[in-house]
Design a binder for this molecule. Structure first.
Ligand code: NAD
Ligand code: TDX
Length: 331
């Protein structure tokens, strides 16, 4: 099977490619990645059956040639960080909206199966005590330039399925953690601060809740949807991992043997979503998926070990990332 993976040099895409090569001897992988600040060619070095093409998902000529040679397209490429979307939304519109449009036109022309990787943030946020969680039927209500461009891209996919009969599925997943995540994101930022002896930085009061899932569980669900999902359908992916930001920071401080109050509160994010929570019943009952990483504490400890063992991987991006946070008032 010839698989085109967009964004395969980023966090989730890298883990997807590595997992695919490990578990699927029949897969030939082509990665299309622009290698922005968030992509790293080193992540794919030495992998068998993987070819990396540096290019833009919004470049119709490049995309057309690669899609023509694929049996399956899995679309991870995106501008993915909410804070960056508040500083400069423009690449979010181009990559997330125009990039998805460009891929959809190519899969339509060539009749190629397409899986669209999206986020639970398209549903907006929940109150802390809301008994309901996000489900496939929840109306879209995105808050940030990031989540609104992801929502727009999902709606394009739905329209291309209905109007043109494109063979697509969509997944909306909650917050991922694990190896190869950029140091701008919450968990790697705090882990690498702690390695450097710097206090973790918590936005506002820290009461915001995220529904954490290990990246390998996310990617196993993506494969389940590709293989057993119904064309035209959406599946929510989540592992019942709700934690407040304070709980996560305290767990990290514990791993590093530091006092539980040894962190700083910093300026909150504008429009900060309060809580995400996923009901993944459909994925579990219809497709038989279940998470393997059922202990967040164990998954977090393994992730910390990975960052400790791979300082040469994250170190080059750390200072510039913290400089951006200082400029935005989050340091
Ligand atoms: P990431 O920022 O780590 O990686 C994005 C990758 O896309 C990078 O390799 C980057 O170089 C590449 N890219 C950016 N613009 C491109 C362009 N124009 N053309 C080609 N490549 C381009 O992101 P991630 O966290 O791995 O997220 C991957 C996908 O999963 C995104 O679609 C995101 O919305 C979605 N998602 C992420 C999470 C999460 O917790 N990280 C949760 C749910 C869904
Ligand atoms: O230094 C920080 N301190 C802090 O308190 C940072 C970087 C973040 N936070 C908070 C903001 C959020 O409540 O931590 C939480 C998680 O923040 P991010 O890692 O920026 O993730 P989030 O905004 O929740 O979005 C993530 O999950 C959904 C991914 O970045 C998205 O790509 C995905 O769609």
């Amino acid at each position: 099977m010839r698989v085109l993976v967009t964004g395969g040099a980023g966090f989730i895409g890298t883990n997807f490619v590595r997992q695919t090569v490990r578990e699927r001897p029949d897969a030939q992988v082509t990665v299309l990645d622009l290698l922005t600040y968030a992509g790293d060619a080193r992540n794919l070095e030495g992998l068998d059956r993987v070819r990396l093409v540096r290019g833009d998902v919004a470049d119709a000529a490049v995309v057309d040639g690669l899609v023509a040679d694929a049996d399956l397209v899995v679309h991870f490429a995106a501008e993915s960080h909410n804070d960056n979307s508040l500083t400069d939304p423009s690449p979010f519109v181009r990559t997330n909206v125009v990039g998805t449009f460009t891929l959809l036109e190519a899969v339509r022309r060539h009749g190629v199966r397409y899986h669209h990787v999206s986020t639970d943030e398209v549903y907006g946020d929940l109150e802390l005590d809301d008994p309901a969680r996000f489900a496939e039927s929840t109306p879209y209500n995105p808050s940030s330039p990031y989540s609104s461009t992801k929502a727009g891209s999902d709606l394009l996919v739905r329209a291309w399925v209905r109007s043109f009969g494109v063979a697509a599925t969509i997944s909306n997943c909650s917050n991922n953690y694990g190896p190869y995540q950029h140091v701008e994101k919450f968990i790697p930022r705090q882990v690498t601060n702690l390695v450097d002896g710097v206090r973790p930085k918590v936005y506002g009061a820290g009461a915001n809740v995220r529904d954490w899932i290990h990246v390998e569980d996310h990617n196993a669900a993506v494969w389940a949807i590709i293989e057993r999902g119904q064309i035209g359908e959406t599946y929510l992916i989540g592992a019942d991992g709700e934690k407040s930001n304070l709980e996560v920071v305290r767990a990290l401080l514990g791993i590093f043997g530091r006092d539980g109050d040894d962190f700083d509160h910093v300026t909150d994010r504008a429009g900060h979503d309060l809580r995400y929570a996923i009901d993944s019943t459909r994925l579990r009952t219809e497709l038989g998926w279940a998470p393997r990483f059922t202990s967040f504490d164990d998954g977090l400890a393994a992730t910390v070990d990975w960052y400790r063992a791979n300082e040469d991987w994250w170190r080059p991006a750390k200072a510039a990332t913290e400089e951006r946070y200082r400029a935005a008032g989050h340091a």
